[in-house]
Ligand binder design. Structure first.
Ligand code: HEC
Length: 249
């Protein structure tokens, strides 16, 4: 008996083909966006470093801003170390007054103060007092931001991944290939999000984020491309010999 996908009528196969094509282009676009955001480049296909993942998910926002988006205002890069040490050492108010406040006053509060009149000011995020700076010293994303990112990511990607993996499940490929590709991609999605949380506390999980992200996007693109082929032709080697030669039967 011909496999299910190949038994669909032509219009259904046209519809699925456009859907799969959109998934491929969408996933590639997401990778381009992620690369550009993480590397702060403006165009092209940038490959983010593990360091940029660590900055995003592990370093406190104050330190990561000083290393990236706000780096141009940091007069002396050694001051980033001073701020990082203050946070790692327990964020005492005395050290803040003695060492951190002067740095922020020199580099940051011209924009980051309630009364700032600078054109590019950020009065909504003042950095003038200990109490104002403290919330920016948590490792990685705050719990609220993390939970928000995690559920949007899982609902959004989960929905299209369910469609892609179900389509792939009905291709004429060998069963081991279908089961492996589907399990690896779903596991990578869950591992990716889990490791955002773990990296907040343990830097080493940044490497798992990179691996899981690559496996998930690679899996989605590969399954979509193979299913697209399987809708129209018989793919040699990986097609199940028991599935017959396909064709709308
Ligand atoms: C010329 C004005 C200006 C100066 C100086 C400035 N900032 Fe900012 N900052 C902004 C604006 C505008 C935003 C919001 C837009 C953005 O994120 O680029 C911002 C956003 C931020 C954010 C939130 C976004 C992020 O990337 O995490 C942090 C944290 C921050 N600044 C810290 C600092 C620190 C620390 C300094 C001093 C080293 C500093 N800023 C100096 C204008 C400034």
């Amino acid at each position: 008996m011909a496999p299910t996908l190949k038994r669909l009528n032509t219009s259904a196969r046209v519809a699925l083909s456009f859907f799969l094509l959109s998934i491929i282009i969408g996933t590639v676009s997401a990778l381009i966006m992620l690369g550009l955001l993480l590397t702060h480049q403006e165009s092209g296909f940038a490959i983010p470093s593990v360091e940029s993942i660590k900055i995003k998910y592990h370093y406190p926002q104050l330190v990561s801003a000083m290393k990236t988006s706000m780096n141009q205002y940091v007069a002396d890069d050694a001051d980033i170390e001073t701020v990082a040490k203050w946070i790692a050492g327990g964020k005492s108010e005395a050290t803040y007054e003695a060492e951190v406040r002067p740095i922020l006053r020199r580099d940051c509060t011209s924009c980051h103060s309630p009364g700032s009149t600078m054109t590019d000011a950020m009065p909504g995020m003042p950095l003038t007092t200990y109490q104002e700076v403290l919330p920016l010293t948590q490792a990685g994303y705050s719990w609220v931001k993390m939970a928000k990112q995690a559920h949007v990511h899982l609902f959004g990607i989960g929905t299209f991944l369910a469609l892609v993996t179900l389509i792939f499940a009905f291709t004429s490929f060998r069963p081991w290939l279908r089961i492996t590709a589907i399990s690896v991609t779903w596991t990578a999605l869950l591992l990716d999000v889990l490791c955002w949380w773990l990296t907040k506390y343990e830097l080493g999980f940044a490497y798992v984020i990179v691996g899981a992200g690559a496996a998930m996007s690679g899996g989605a693109i590969a399954m979509s491309a193979l299913a697209l082929l399987d809708l129209w032709v018989r793919v040699p080697l990986i097609s199940d010999p028991k599935a017959g030669d396909g064709g709308p039967g």
